[in-house]
Design a protein around this ligand. Structure first.
Ligand code: FAD
Length: 434
């Protein structure tokens, strides 16, 4: 390709597709490179799609996008080995025509999303890996080299939306390689079942859907969670923990996923299913403190590549697509003013992102990743066990006077953590949450 582009976007995931669409729909000449066979072929999500953030890019997406189920119920489970204590939030208002959250399958959604960009003029090249960023003698990024034959491709600005394990930014030292304590390794299986069976088992009808997020003994004291999400004709079951924890505990995500699937609360939900897909992927969980410099001379970084992921609320795709959209809008503004794409001018992307929920949310939870990491065995093992034991004590009727039951429950908490420990945990958690 000899021509010069206004922008080259690396990656056709949520961030890349949002950036490419935003720029092309404003008339910019955009080249998008995707190493996968097609957009989404390599991408993994549980996956919940947050509608509001898609709507800001393509308002009418609900008419055309491949959506699985409209989520009307969220279940949170604290698990011990044989039991779970649950909090279920179900609201029929979520059945509104403009649903707020949907389950999706990324291989289908990303393909659709990229097609919308192509319809606006994006030139998308799949099976094309950007292998090197080209910089001028002053360090300004001016283009990329790919693994295809032909010379370098030039552009005014490069949008790095290469995901968490993309190598382009790290190789060029534009962003650091994430530390093992800043990324979770997650695995996911798709369990296929007839739609009616899913609807019966999860107490839903039509295109309604349910999400289960589970924490407890399944992660063996490591910082991590399991999930069960309903699709139209499949149930996604997965689990992820920090890479550093897996290394330290000498266990594997595949082993934990097997245990999760066998748990008496999970097994009946997927009984008789056929597993057709298995995927493993990293999730950036370093939070605010792990965000690299988001812009420089001739480039911006978006999405997972920039650690824009909210591990507390299990949100990633919405931060990715919002950062991609904002990068596209900032680039369009700079281009419209005919200004050069210097670091000073591209600082506009960071300013706009700072004003959005993306940075505000990550800033709010800036101490949470450290807390989850250092207090993992208490938060993910001790407390879920104590809570489920307390519930068993409350529910089981065996002639023990209630006053004794209560004493037993309180003393089990005190024995496990001590009075000062309990207070310290509460203070630490409240501080990290605020
Ligand atoms: P990606 O989606 O990873 O896209 C990066 C793209 O760049 C890929 O297509 C890749 O092939 C391409 N690429 C990389 N390097 C190059 C290169 N050199 N040249 C060309 N192409 C390249 N988020 C949610 O919002 N809801 C959920 O329910 C949810 N569940 C999740 C469950 C799991 C198991 C995992 C792993 C993640 C989950 N996430 C969820 C997080 C979400 O998937 C990510 O935040 C999101 O995919 C980030 O989008 P992205 O565009 O930044 O990166």
């Amino acid at each position: 390709i000899q021509e010069k582009f206004d922008a080259i976007v690396i990656g056709a995931g949520m961030a890349g597709n949002a950036a490419a669409y935003t720029m092309a729909s404003r008339g910019l000449k955009v080249l998008q490179l995707e190493r996968g066979e097609y957009p989404g072929s390599k991408n993994v999500q549980g996956g919940i799609l947050y509608a509001d953030m898609v709507e800001k890019i393509i308002p009418e997406f609900r008419n055309e996008a491949p959506l699985e189920r409209r989520l009307i119920e969220q279940r949170f489970w604290f698990m011990s080995d044989n039991a779970h204590t649950g909090m279920h939030y179900r609201n029929d208002d979520f059945n509104e025509e403009k649903g707020n959250r949907y389950t999706i399958i990324r291989s289908q959604f990303d393909r659709w999303f990229a097609k919308q960009g192509q319809a606006k003029g994006v030139l998308l090249l799949c099976e094309t890996t950007a292998v090197e960023l080209i910089q001028d003698p002053y360090g300004k990024v001016i283009g990329v080299r790919t693994d295809r034959s032909g010379g370098p491709i030039h552009a005014d600005v490069v949008v790095l939306a290469e995901g968490v394990n993309g190598l382009l930014g790290t190789r060029s030292e534009l962003r650091p390689r994430p530390q093992p304590s800043q990324v979770a390794l997650a695995v996911k299986e798709m369990h296929f079942l007839p739609a009616e069976v899913i609807e019966q088992r999860f107490n839903i009808k039509g295109d309604e859907g349910v999400v289960i997020e589970a924490a407890g003994t399944i992660s063996k004291g490591m910082a991590g969670m399991g999930f069960v999400y309903t699709n139209k004709e499949s149930v996604s079951v997965g689990l992820g923990c920090l890479v550093s924890d897996f290394a330290e505990n000498q266990t594997s995500p595949a082993h934990l996923l097997e245990l999760f699937k066998k748990h008496p609360s999970v097994a009946p939900l997927i009984a008789g299913s056929e597993v057709k897909e298995y995927a493993a992927h990293l999730i950036p969980e370093g939070g605010y403190k792990a965000i690299p410099k988001l812009f420089g001379n001739g480039y911006v970084i978006c999405g997972d590549a920039a650690q824009l992921n909210n591990a507390v609320h299990r949100e990633g795709s919405n931060l990715a697509m919002t950062s991609g959209r904002i990068a596209g809008e900032a680039i369009f503004q700079i281009k419209s003013r005919r200004d050069p794409f210097t670091a000073d001018n591209l600082a506009l992307y960071k300013q706009m992102l700072d004003e959005s929920f993306v940075i505000k949310d990550l800033k709010k939870y800036k101490d949470m990743p450290d807390l989850l990491h250092t207090q993992a065995s208490n938060l993910f093992l001790t407390y879920p066990q104590l809570v489920t034991k307390a519930m068993e004590n409350f529910v089981r009727v065996d002639g023990t006077p209630k006053i004794e039951k209560e004493k037993h429950t309180f003393s089990s908490f005190r024995k496990a953590r001590g009075a000062l420990g309990l207070l310290g945990d509460a203070v630490r958690f409240a501080r990290a949450w605020r």
